[in-house]
Write a protein that binds this ligand. Structure first.
Ligand code: PRP
Ligand code: ZN
Length: 302
């Protein structure tokens, strides 16, 4: 019997069970209209509003679950996805997953960090050094690109204390706020990868019911991501002030313009994607905007 993937009509999304990405991942999916019934073991959540189920797992397992067809989609850090992709390439295993969308949360970077008392002069300083990491494939790829021969020490965790324990001279690890590095008397000196949470999917296209479900979810996700920080701005202005007002809205879609009270007075509505601070509203008022109103955007479908 061939090891074919079971045929399923429902879509299955893997997310981190606990950790940094767990709550924002759920919130984002919920904003796309998904809801779930929690199971007692809290590992599988049955999709109620739509035939889209959740699987709660360790983030490191997500790319493999997609590769094996156990899950269709996953929310995982780009760092994890790339590392496992590079590792598969290195061992000659075909690429089986890919990044479908950056999700705009969980930002961090994979960085080299050296003890505070090092004076960093550049990558050549790493020649012959021992570097501790949980990202050996990404690190090896970077070292090869820089033409550096160094000793990659692969650890499964607690990388930050490796220099103090004498296991390595420096480390290559994720940095978010930088608090962990500072607490371990280390400082970041080079960035290997800018990372954030991404939606990952299989390298091949979906088929049947799941293709339609995935397409719908991606469409809603794009709407949710676009409106995440978006606000609808309403105001009125004299036609003569428009030339001064529009440059103050560089992050807005082309505004809808309506005529009120004859030809000279206009009402505008603009969807703004950046932050509409009080300062910006005051600038707009000074440029001739009246009756400014900022409205939240509930949902959007392009
Ligand atoms: C990462 C990383 C560092 C820490 C850095 O671990 O391994 O330990 O975050 O964050 P900071 O710069 O804000 O201090 P994470 O919490 O993601 O856990 P994991 O490595 O076990 O997945
Ligand atoms: Zn992890």
């Amino acid at each position: 019997m061939s090891p074919t993937v079971e045929t399923r009509d429902r879509l299955r999304i893997a997310i981190q069970k606990s950790g940094r990405l767990a709550d924002p991942a759920r919130a984002l999916l919920a904003s796309c209209g998904l809801s779930w019934r929690e199971s007692r073991d809290r590992l599988f959540c049955y999709g109620e509003a739509l035939p889209i189920d959740l699987l709660l797992v360790r983030d490191d397992d997500i790319p493999g679950l997609i590769a094996d067809g156990v899950c269709d989609l996953g929310v995982v850090g780009r760092n994890v996805l790339r590392e496992q992709d590079f590792e598969r390439r290195r061992s000659g295993t075909p690429t089986a997953f890919r990044e479908l969308r950056p999700l705009g949360f969980g930002a961090c970077r994979l960085a080299l960090a050296v003890p505070d008392d090092w004076t960093w002069t550049g990558p050549t300083q790493l020649e012959g050094r021992r570097i501790a990491t949980t990202y050996p494939a990404l690190l090896r790829d970077w070292l090869a690109g820089e033409g550096i021969q160094a000793d990659v020490v692969t650890l499964s965790g607690s990388v930050e204390i490796a220099p103090r324990l004498g296991q390595a001279d420096l480390i290559c690890d994720l940095v978010s706020s930088g608090v962990t590095l500072a607490a371990n008397q280390l400082k970041p000196v080079a960035t290997l990868l800018e990372s954030e949470a991404v939606l990952a999917g299989p390298a091949s296209e979906f088929e049947g019911e799941r293709a339609a479900l995935a397409e719908m979810l991606l469409r809603r996700l794009d709407g949710a991501l676009r409106t995440r920080h978006s606000k609808l701005l309403l105001f009125q202005a004299e036609r003569s002030s428009i030339a001064q007002l529009l440059p103050l809205l560089p992050d807005a879609d082309a505004p809808t313009v309506l005529q009120v009270d004859g030809a000279d007075r206009l009402a505008l509505q603009a969807l703004c994607h950046g932050h509409l601070t009080w300062q910006r509203l005051e600038d707009l008022k000074r440029a001739g905007a009246q009756g400014l109103m900022v409205l939240p955007v509930e949902s959007m479908l392009a």
